[in-house]
Design a protein around this ligand. Structure first.
Ligand SMILES: NC(=O)CC[C@H](N)C(=O)O
Length: 190
């Protein structure tokens, strides 16, 4: 099975490494036609304004939307989560806008530019998940069809809406591959 990682800007190499470690072939995606060869897509962390602009410039914005509507599984990390959100607080930046969530960018405040936190994810069992947050957003509101999977400091940081998964943090920067394993099972069942 082949999963794509949007490789325009940001932490895409780390996601590829993580997927390969899970026994899946990872493909860096830069052109719309490369999407035809993958069953799922990861949108990495980085700078959401830059990634959004490049998605339009490279002709990927509409094609990704159509593929997700056709049930391709997609997983957005941090900036990737921002790009999937229907509403971004105080911003009109380009986005896919396909998940029923309201996000706030750089939301944990200045002292919390970057931090680690442990969280419980009921789907993953009792062992807590350590996560790295870097100028992270959080989900301020989630629609009816959105399943909240974990919170940190009482803010939503993992959520799923059908074939769309998002995390406010960067699991590709840790050794714990449970989020990637979970996404791979979403791709298999899509
Ligand atoms: N680690 C990240 O992806 C940071 C996201 C970045 N702060 C943004 O708003 O796009």
């Amino acid at each position: 099975m082949k999963i794509g990682v949007l490789a325009l800007q940001g932490a895409f190499r780390e996601h590829c490494r993580m997927l390969e470690g899970c026994g899946v072939t990872a493909a860096e995606i830069r052109k719309p036609e490369e999407l035809d060869e993958v069953k799922g897509l990861i949108i990495p962390g980085g700078e959401s304004t830059t990634i959004g602009k490049l998605m339009i410039e490279w002709g990927l914005m509409d094609k990704i939307k159509v593929r997700v509507e056709q049930k391709m599984a997609v997983y957005g990390t941090c900036a990737g989560m921002i790009l999937l959100a229907k509403e971004i607080k105080d911003s009109s930046q380009p986005r896919l806008g396909i998940m029923d969530i309201v996000v706030r960018r750089n939301a944990f405040g200045r002292q919390r530019e970057s931090f680690e936190a442990d969280m419980t994810v009921p789907e993953f069992g009792p062992e807590s998940l350590k996560a790295v947050f870097i100028r992270a957003p959080y989900i301020e509101e989630a629609g009816q069809d959105v399943k909240v999977m974990a919170k940190v400091h009482n803010k939503i940081v993992i959520a799923r809406q059908n074939n769309i998964l998002v995390t406010a943090f960067h699991p590709e920067l840790t050794k714990d591959d449970r989020i990637h394993q979970y996404f791979i099972s979403m791709v298999k069942n899509a």
